[in-house]
Design a protein around this ligand. Structure first.
Ligand SMILES: Nc1ncnc2c1ncn2[C@@H]1O[C@H](COP(=O)(O)OP(=O)(O)OP(=O)(O)O)[C@@H](O)[C@H]1O
Ligand SMILES: [Mg+2]
Length: 151
């Protein structure tokens, strides 16, 4: 089952992230895919703010993983765009069971290393400047319930 949602501004994408955050649970994994500038970091920042994280959220492109611990749950924000296959060095699977929320930008680049149960969000840039189409696919019961609650 897929869900489709269009957002027409950065703010609407943030609002969607906030709605998902309101149904958060430990070890939640959110996998983002979509072209450069599609809104993956916008989504991650929106989620982080909703968690109550007061640190500045910066794009983790060069660090690969950034941890934020000042919110209601820890947030592990990853951007694997520049990982070049060094997934094994990262010990990524550790993060899936640390009790926090994992948000991965460019998750499709490490598809073999993702947990079976997760939420996939594919963001497509539309012809209209600020329009984005989000295709949301839950994998596993918890994520199906999450989508039922939020979408
Ligand atoms: N509906 C929308 N949702 C999200 N962002 C939008 C929307 N409309 C316009 N934008 C703009 O698109 C840009 C998205 O940038 P962002 O850094 O989030 O992209 P990204 O997918 O993380 O890119 P990268 O792959 O480089 O990390 C921002 O400048 C934001 O203001
Ligand atoms: Mg980004």
């Amino acid at each position: 089952m897929n869900y489709k949602l269009a957002t027409y501004s950065e703010y609407e994408t943030i609002e969607f992230a906030q709605n998902l955050e309101s149904e958060k649970f430990p070890n939640m994994v959110i996998c983002l895919e979509g072209d450069l500038g599609s809104g993956k970091t916008v989504f991650a920042k929106g989620f982080a703010h909703a968690l109550g994280i007061d640190e500045a959220i910066t794009s983790p492109t060069f660090n690969i993983i950034k941890e934020y611990t000042s919110g209601e749950l820890p947030l592990y924000h990853m951007d694997v765009y520049r990982l070049d296959g060094k997934v094994e060095d990262l010990g990524i699977e550790e993060y899936f069971t640390k009790g926090g929320v994992v948000i991965i930008e460019w998750a499709d680049m490490i598809s073999d290393y993702l947990p079976e149960e997760r939420l996939d969000i594919k963001i497509k840039i539309s012809e209209d400047e600020d329009k984005r189409v989000l295709v949301i696919t839950p994998h596993g019961r918890q994520y199906e319930d999450l989508c039922e609650a939020v979408l």
